[in-house]
Design a protein around this ligand. Structure first.
Ligand SMILES: *[C@@H]1O[C@H](CO)[C@@H](O)[C@H](O)[C@H]1NC(C)=O
Ligand SMILES: *[C@@H]1O[C@H](CO)[C@@H](O)[C@H](O)[C@H]1NC(C)=O
Ligand SMILES: *[C@@H]1O[C@H](CO)[C@@H](O)[C@H](O)[C@H]1NC(C)=O
Ligand SMILES: [Cu+2]
Length: 564
């Protein structure tokens, strides 16, 4: 586990985690595994807590306590690192998230491990029943009332088409890129280059791309809920929350697995503690062949799967969000007073949002690029000009400074968004470029002065462009735990720096609102969302024509060993 080769890097990480204490901006480094383990034990040394648990009929051996981050809500909790500790019953279920002990919440100081506040408001709220909460196949008592599907096997008899050099550099089809496991971002793709099939040269597309920050605010004002406005990358760490991928279930044969070795709070190298290992994998599938760099993480009650999908023509970032069950509230007779739909007896799925902000340092044919807003503008024909009264024109506007590139998506005033190299022209004189095609387009409905939105102001726009600055990689700022929003992408962008024909970074926020429903119980079906990066006048013509079609003689025919 502790390979000596990892040490230099680990020390750099340990130094960068310690450094924030001398930084002027608000906030603290992400929670460490030690913080989490220690904080979750604090309630047990409190007699009042024991009394409350006993009154609810829960045995202490059935308790599971977790310390989610507390957010930041004004000066009361400043000067100390605090978390909120809440508990669940794991009696008769592996799915304790479905059995919250509602209204029991403790504010804990992470350094002194003291309980700062004890709040116990939910004694009359029953703990939801355990029946039906077990999602495992073996726990389903009844035969399913549908025809089972036959297995499908995907074969690749000549082995994979990708190569991995030095453990990190991936070569596949016309793509070359570097893959890295990162404690905070999870998976980092860098130096993505594509070989031009006509000219044979390797051309730069993206210097670095990764999920920079998450924002998941819940819409409930109760004492035990209002603070739930998680920022999963900067508070918990996507890499730190990584899950092992399961061969043949998560990934097909020939997949390549990469361990993530990170630093513990005392600087030792270690694999993520929430599971036995962090694995990224590369997958090949047919007939639509894409190369997938995947990582899975489990942050609290949510499982996230990140797929960076390389295609023959484009490069796309894909995100799948796969939920484990939600935390829940209780049944209230007045529906309007409920913060979400009832999804099971005694369980409310509290409505909330998911936002993920990506850092996309594009380098189209070199570092100096420009951002172009190609606006579709409605035109009115002149009287007598045409039987047609209206049409639209694509009007190009190059962003000169950061404020020109603060973009809110609009259905009735649409645009395409291009990253171009203004000094690299195609045969026809078009600048070479890539466009970003937004996917999940939900915007945050919170007011800008609401503390969670102030800290997550990087979600105020869906697109931003900033000049490259090595200190501006994390959209919520370097320090996120209890930050006050003084070091976010929104603050940097207000400087309105020059971004035309410069080394620039594109930021895109993917969003979706989540109104839970009964099908989200006991485990959520996968929600998929993503965005694409597609070439725009980058190639002289469609590069797919140069790749060979599949012939029948090359494809294996698989037969079951005994035919029936
Ligand atoms: C609370 O209960 C736990 C488990 O039964 C016990 O170990 C602990 O000593 C109790 N704490 C107090 C302060 O009574
Ligand atoms: C990029 O542009 C800057 C000026 O905006 C210039 O100083 C720099 O040399 C350029 N870099 C390249 C690689 O052309
Ligand atoms: C780079 O970013 C840091 C942090 O936001 C900031 O203090 C510094 O002024 C920035 N440098 C430039 C040249 O914008
Ligand atoms: Cu959700």
């Amino acid at each position: 586990m502790a390979s000596p080769m990892c040490l230099p890097w680990t020390w750099i990480l340990a130094v960068s985690l310690a450094m924030p204490y001398i930084n002027a901006s608000s906030g603290y480094p992400m929670l460490s595994v030690d913080d989490i383990l220690a904080a979750s034990k604090v309630p047990f040394s409190n007699a009042e807590f024991n009394k409350s648990i006993a009154a609810r009929g829960v045995s202490s051996s059935d308790l599971i306590c977790l310390p989610p981050s507390a957010g930041w809500f004004g000066p009361n909790e400043e000067g100390k690192r605090v978390v909120k500790v809440l508990c669940y019953s794991k009696e008769s279920t592996p799915n304790f998230y479905m059995r919250p002990i509602e209204g029991l919440i403790m504010t804990v100081d992470l350094d002194s491990m003291e309980m700062l506040k004890f709040s116990d408001t939910g004694r009359d709220i029953p703990i939801p029943k355990s029946s039906g909460t077990d999602y495992r196949y073996t726990a389903q008592k009844k035969e399913p009332e549908m025809e089972p599907l036959n297995p499908i096997s995907i074969e690749q008899p000549k082995g994979p088409s990708f190569k991995v050099e030095d453990g990190h550099i991936v070569k596949w089809a016309n793509w070359v890129f570097h893959l890295k496991a990162d404690q905070r971002a999870g998976l980092v793709i860098s130096r993505a280059m594509v070989r031009d099939s006509k000219k044979g040269e390797l051309r730069n597309v993206m210097y670095k791309g990764f999920a920079s920050e998450f924002f998941v605010p819940y819409m409930d004002l109760d004492e035990s809920w209002y603070f739930k406005s998680y920022m999963d990358a900067g508070e918990f760490g996507l890499g730190m929350s990584a899950l092992p991928l399961v061969p043949l279930n998560d990934c097909p044969r020939h997949s390549y697995y990469m361990d993530g070795v990170f630093s513990t709070s005392d600087g030792h190298p270690a694999m993520p503690a929430t599971s036995v290992g962090d694995i990224q994998k590369i997958r090949e599938t047919r007939p639509k062949v894409t190369l997938v760099a995947r990582m899975a993480a489990s942050v609290g009650n949510y499982d996230y799967i990140f797929d960076w999908e390389f295609q023959m023509v484009g490069l796309s970032g894909m995100l799948m969000v796969k939920g484990s069950p939600h935390q829940s509230l209780y049944q209230v007779p007045n529906q309007d007073a409920m913060s979400g739909p009832l999804i099971l007896e005694n369980v409310i799925g509290v409505v909330h949002d998911h936002f993920i902000t990506f850092h996309l340092d594009m380098d189209i044919d070199g570092a100096n690029n420009s951002f172009v807003n190609v606006n579709l503008v409605k035109q009115r024909s002149l009287p007598g000009e045409s039987p047609r009264k209206s049409y639209w024109k694509a009007k190009r506007k190059i962003a000169k400074t950061e404020k020109d590139a603060q973009i809110k998506l609009k259905l009735y005033d649409p645009s395409e968004f291009h990253m171009i190299n203004p000094s690299k022209m195609s045969r026809l004189g078009n600048p070479t470029g890539y466009k970003i095609v937004p996917g999940g387009t939900a915007a945050s409905l919170l007011d800008h002065d609401d503390p969670p939105q102030l800290r997550s102001a990087f979600t105020n726009n869906q697109i931003w462009v900033t000049p490259y600055n090595k200190s501006e990689q994390w959209a919520a700022g370097l320090l996120v735990l209890q930050s006050r929003g003084d070091d976010t992408l929104a603050v940097w962008s207000e400087r309105d720096r020059h971004i035309e024909n410069e080394d620039i970074v594109l930021w895109y926020t993917l969003g979706f609102h989540h109104i839970p429903c009964q099908e989200d119980f006991p485990v959520m079906p996968t929600v998929t969302s993503g965005f694409e990066l597609k070439p725009i006048n980058f190639f002289e013509s469609n590069p797919i024509l140069r790749s060979a079609p599949a012939f029948e003689k090359d494809l294996p025919v698989c037969r079951p060993s005994a035919s029936s």
